[in-house]
Design a protein around this ligand. Structure first.
Ligand code: C5P
Length: 222
């Protein structure tokens, strides 16, 4: 079975997907982390500068996503991403990666590679997956589809808290402006923009607690 949760930046979809996966005993495939891994690896392993990220080369994608070197695992409720045996998970949520990933995620070569990586990782599992196009494009035949949203101030505050925990302090106005920029880039790109997938249940979590949001998703499935 495939359950998809799409939504804009900091809508809480990854945490909700993780919790739903744990309750159901499913595999959690966080597609944002795959895009983040590629951005991180292009810079650190392939030596990309910010300017290089505007036009990613196929050979570099193949090297970064090589199944013999790149590993995404989900075990006991924990996602672990590593490259050539070294754990990289802890670097992927950095605000610099937020920016770098938005430069590469609109490119056709990148999206094609990411979609096949998602299909490869999803094979043989019951999955809960979250992202921007998982219900619309990657898994259009998923059994359950959700679109999770929340107001901009609520999402900005969540993102700000998350960054604070990582040692970065942003004013709320700065957080709102960054989130808005990412929303615009994700919604207006030509290839697989963020949309509400056909048949998706829309959940607005602005006034819901995390537990209430998870319970709401589960109520449609159970
Ligand atoms: O979900 P998360 O914020 O970690 O995703 C990081 C970025 O990766 C998004 O801003 C978006 O540009 C890109 N992404 C995407 N399609 C997905 C998942 C993520 O374009 N399915």
């Amino acid at each position: 079975m495939i359950i998809t949760i799409d939504g804009p930046t900091a809508s809480g979809k990854s945490s909700v997907a993780g919790a739903v996966a744990q309750v159901l005993g499913f595999y959690h495939l966080n597609s944002g982390l795959l895009y983040r891994s590629l951005a991180y690896l292009l810079v650190t392993i392939r030596g990309y500068s910010e300017a290089d990220l505007f036009l990613v080369k196929q050979d570099d994608i193949l090297i970064c996503m090589d199944s013999k070197l790149f590993s995404y695992t989900y075990q006991d409720g924990k996602i672990s991403v590593s490259y050539n045996g070294s754990e990289i998970t802890q670097f992927l949520k950095d605000s610099l990666i937020d920016y770098y990933v938005s430069l590469i995620s609109s490119q056709a070569l990148v999206r094609t590679a990411m979609v096949s990586k998602q299909h490869e990782l999803a094979a043989m599992h019951n999955i809960v997956t979250d992202g921007r196009d998982v219900g619309s494009l990657v898994f259009p035949n998923a059994e359950y589809k959700f679109y999770l949203n929340a107001s901009l101030p609520v999402r900005a505050e969540r993102w700000r808290k998350d960054q604070f925990a990582r040692g970065h302090n942003y004013f709320l106005a700065e957080a709102e402006s960054r989130i808005k920029d990412r929303d615009t880039r994700d919604e207006t790109r030509k290839i697989s923009p963020l949309v509400i997938p056909l048949g998706a249940t829309v959940i607005d979590s602005t006034a819901l607690t995390f537990q209430e949001t998870v319970a709401k998703v589960l109520s449609y499935i159970q």
